[in-house]
Design a protein around this ligand. Structure first.
Ligand SMILES: *[C@@H]1O[C@H](CO)[C@@H](O)[C@H](O)[C@H]1NC(C)=O
Ligand SMILES: *[C@@H]1O[C@H](CO)[C@@H](O)[C@H](O)[C@H]1NC(C)=O
Ligand SMILES: *[C@@H]1O[C@H](CO)[C@@H](O)[C@H](O)[C@H]1NC(C)=O
Ligand SMILES: *[C@@H]1O[C@H](CO)[C@@H](O)[C@H](O)[C@H]1NC(C)=O
Length: 372
């Protein structure tokens, strides 16, 4: 029985249909996943018998995904439900396509889908993204950084590194992103942070940097003045005479412009004023007993739309004493009264003396008169 000879057209068609036109990696990410080839117009998987890095290298190169990172066995990226097209693949590593490598023949296999082969290729390592919970912080706060790769390589662990001023300060392995905590920050944590990830020493570019600024506000100082000089510095603080004016001055050596001062008595804010040249004056036009107390200043300033408060200044104890005016008045009146009494007494005495003289001269005159 002679079989009919195939025409040229059917030969070309058959060739086109039976040739491997495509290769792909099945997963949620780029340049990694279950290896599948298209044969006879159908996608099918590759068996993991003898599957190794040389085979993965050919797949990665064929897909323009750079070098291979790993060649996972055992349906690491899930099982296909279609044909198994290749088995016992043994590449040298320099082949142009997977089917050019030695294998059992397309469709000839002794496999189950639980043996589907996979690859993880390096691909193009994109710049990671570094974020932080805050960029401007006060001492004692915590910051959390997160470094994320925009395109993780399936389940392959990348080594993430965090740098401060280009020096590595932490490294962790993860598939897609790591977090890094800075607890209880102080001024030494200030600086430029960036991150990077790598697979087997193949490093990604550095992320763009995050600049951490620590707002370390100094303790403000507190002082007072009483323009009309009506104060006495007691052993604990100024003593202001009731009814007189006094001023409490808050100042600081801040490196930030603006801000404001809060004047506290005890734990309550009594008054607030904006800072001018890093100081503020709180004017009390008429001292009263209600103004007595321990005063302190707190400086507050907004940096990068966050508000920061300094610690409280030292305490300034203001004491109010009674007005001296009535006392002086009373004293003056008493002295005046005493003086008038004295003058009256003197006058009275003088009068008496004069009267005595008069009577004495009268008597003598009469005596003399009687003599004549
Ligand atoms: C399948 O592969 C084996 C081993 O290489 C070979 O002995 C067998 O002949 C092949 N079968 C077919 C149908 O090609
Ligand atoms: C602070 O304010 C609270 C409530 O406004 C008040 O009860 C308390 O006496 C105040 N303390 C001082 C020291 O003024
Ligand atoms: C602030 O300081 C500047 C320069 O020292 C001075 O010229 C200006 O008068 C000051 N302003 C006030 C309100 O004290
Ligand atoms: C002010 O503070 C001092 C020291 O803390 C305290 O001994 C004093 O009683 C306080 N005086 C007032 C009026 O709160």
């Amino acid at each position: 029985m002679a079989t009919p000879r195939p025409s040229l057209l059917t030969l070309i068609l058959a060739r086109a249909l039976t040739s491997v036109t495509d290769i792909r990696l099945v997963s949620d990410s780029d340049c990694c996943g279950r290896v599948e080839i298209r044969y006879n117009g159908q996608w099918g998987s590759v068996c993991d018998n003898n599957w190794d890095m040389n085979d993965a290298a050919v797949v990665c190169r064929q897909l323009q995904c750079g070098s291979a990172i790993s060649a996972p066995h055992g349906a690491a990226f899930g099982q296909s439900s279609r044909s198994i097209w290749l088995d016992d693949v043994e590449c040298l590593g320099n082949e142009g396509t997977l089917t050019q490598c030695s294998h059992r023949g397309l469709g000839n296999h002794t496999c189950e889908h639980s043996q589907d082969a996979g690859v993880v290729c390096l691909g193009e390592l994109q710049m990671p993204i570094l974020t932080s919970t805050h960029t401007v912080v006060s001492p004692g706060e915590n910051i959390q950084f997160r470094c994320t790769t925009p395109k993780p390589r399936c389940n392959a662990n990348a080594e993430f590194q965090i740098f401060r001023n280009r020096l590595s300060i932490s490294s962790q392995k993860h598939v897609s992103s790591v977090t890094f905590n800075l607890f209880n920050v102080d001024i030494s944590h200030q600086g430029k942070y960036s991150c990077q990830y790598s697979y087997e020493n193949n490093k990604s570019p550095l992320s763009s940097s995050v600049i951490i600024f620590v707002v370390d506000l100094q303790q403000p100082s507190i002082s007072h003045s009483a323009s009309d000089g009506q104060f006495v510095v007691g052993s604990q603080g100024p003593v202001i005479t009731r009814g007189h004016s006094f001023t409490i001055i808050c100042s600081t050596e801040s490196q930030f412009p603006g801000g404001s001062f809060h004047l506290f008595t005890g734990s309550n804010i009594t008054r607030s004023e904006s800072a001018v040249n890093h100081s503020a004056s709180f004017f009390f036009p008429e001292a009263d007993y209600s103004h007595e107390g321990n005063y302190s200043c707190v400086y507050e300033v907004s940096v990068s739309s966050r508000s920061f408060r300094s610690s409280a200044s030292e305490l300034l104890l203001i004491t109010i004493t009674a007005s001296l005016l009535p006392v002086i008045g009373a004293a003056v009146s008493a002295v005046l009264l005493l003086l008038s009494v004295l003058i009256i007494m003197l006058l009275l005495k003088r009068r008496q003396k004069q009267r005595n003289k008069e009577t004495r001269s009268k008597c003598c005159f009469t005596k003399a008169d009687s003599r004549f």
